[in-house]
Design a protein around this ligand. Structure first.
Ligand code: ATR
Length: 273
């Protein structure tokens, strides 16, 4: 039976998800297709109706719908409840169940490198939807403290509060004061969209050395200015495409109930640049 999957969002034309998932289906000779479907911010409900009417088997959700989609779901998993957002949906005869693979997808590349997380000190740039899943992930692994830096201070405060509710220490620094940071950070994570348009790096390089893990979730370009600067300081680098791949693998396994072909999906991602 032919099964159809999708990713919904706006913008959607830049998404690498169709490339990754279709490569997996081809590799395993599955009778599945995966499409990109643009849904505007104000048309989520009717967009979902259209997907139901074509009997979509499942879909990924990206910016700007990850939080709004929650209202349209019949059931959600524990991660969605914790984070307040969903990125992977299963359609079971018109009944929608949400999952969130961002949190574990974020953590996986850290764990693969066996980098210790417990009791570490984290600097997090950005306070959007991705940051929420990242804080939930770090809290699950019992970091000591997360410092949130963001352009909009109110959003940073909300996120910091979210962290404190998960029983980790957290403080907030306005983006204009970033040069005043002088702590020793084990992890420096960019979860803002800075870098996507080749912006220069704003994280002070005095904070980065060979003991720092620098994780940039921007995956296009592969080598952002932050990553280039961090390489010069011999930091441990985690690339944005690694998180993209880990969350895609998890989505595949939720939908298809079988092991995802990791190498074929990775090759598709790297070929997509
Ligand atoms: P996502 O769901 O991927 O996290 P988002 O919710 O749109 O996307 O969040 C984007 C993040 O990048 C936000 O933290 C945003 O800062 P604001 O909260 O101030 O909007 C940050 N960001 C985007 N463009 C930026 C820029 N030019 N300078 C600094 N931060 C920026």
């Amino acid at each position: 039976m032919l099964r159809t999957f999708a990713v919904i969002g706006d913008p959607i034309d830049h998404s690498l998800s169709p490339t990754i998932h279709n490569a997996a289906y081809r590799h395993l000779d599955l009778e599945c297709t995966y499409i990109g479907y643009k849904i505007n911010k104000n048309e989520l409900e009717s967009g979902i109706q259209s997907l139901k009417s074509i009997k979509i088997s499942g879909f990924n959700v990206t910016i700007p719908h990850k939080i709004e989609i929650m209202k349209l779901l019949d059931d959600v998993d524990e991660n969605c409840k914790l984070i307040g957002a969903a990125n992977t949906i299963v359609n079971d005869n018109g009944s929608l169940k949400g999952y969130n693979t961002d949190m574990d997808g974020f953590l996986e590349p850290i764990k693969n490198r066996e980098i210790p997380i417990r009791n570490s000190n984290v600097l997090l740039l950005g306070a959007g939807g991705a940051s929420r899943a990242i804080i939930a992930g770090f809290a699950k692994e019992h970091v000591k403290k997360i410092t949130v830096v963001n352009r909009t201070i109110e959003k940073a405060n909300n996120l910091s509060k979210f962290g404190k509710n998960l029983e980790i220490k957290s403080d907030v620094i306005p983006i204009d004061d970033i040069e005043t940071l002088n702590e020793n950070y084990d992890f420096i994570v960019n979860a803002s969209s800075l870098g996507l348009n080749n912006e220069s790096n704003i994280i002070p390089t005095k904070l980065i050395d060979s003991n720092t893990t620098v994780y940039d979730i921007v995956y296009k370009p592969v080598n952002t200015a932050l990553i280039k600067d961090s390489k010069k300081k011999n930091a441990e680098i985690i690339y944005g495409y690694e998180m993209l791949l880990s969350q895609a693998v998890r989505s595949f396994e939720i939908w298809l109930g079988q092991k995802a072909p990791y190498e074929a999906m990775k090759k598709a991602i790297l070929g997509g640049f």
